[in-house]
Design a protein around this ligand. Structure first.
Ligand code: ZN
Length: 128
């Protein structure tokens, strides 16, 4: 199956920790995903997923709301979107099959309506 190195970027809110106001923009560096807990060898998935934990203060996990993710073959374009819009968390990924084409993932509410543009970073700008 065909594979290709691509660049995955995300737009979600908040991008600042609600506990300590530290920026949230690099998974593994300043935030981690909270998947749930393991008790007696059984992992229970967090019903509130996706939630994340700020690595700066390690406070309570908090809910994030996705607006959009993109996967691009052009690293320069992914970096530009992170610089000039509200995309964060640039990750290099290996894509396979028809995921090797550039694509946008849009998130909707339970009724299939696009989520309102909620000012992910500072209450003023859109994702794209
Ligand atoms: Zn924090």
């Amino acid at each position: 199956m065909k594979s290709k190195t691509m660049y995955h970027i995300e737009c979600f809110t908040p991008q600042i920790c609600p506990h300590c106001a530290h920026p949230i923009n690099r998974e593994g560096v300043n935030f981690i995903r909270y998947m749930g807990t393991i008790k007696d060898g059984v992992k229970t998935i967090d019903p509130e997923y996706p939630r994340i934990i700020c690595k700066h203060c390690e406070g309570e996990p908090f809910k994030i709301i996705y607006f959009e993710t993109r996967q691009l073959g052009d690293k320069n374009e992914a970096e530009r979107l992170c610089r000039e819009s509200n995309f964060i968390n640039l990750m290099e990924v290996t894509a396979y099959g028809n995921m090797t084409q550039d694509h946008v993932t849009k998130y909707t509410d339970a009724n299939g309506k696009a989520l309102p543009r909620l000012q992910p970073r500072m209450q003023s700008v859109e994702c794209s």
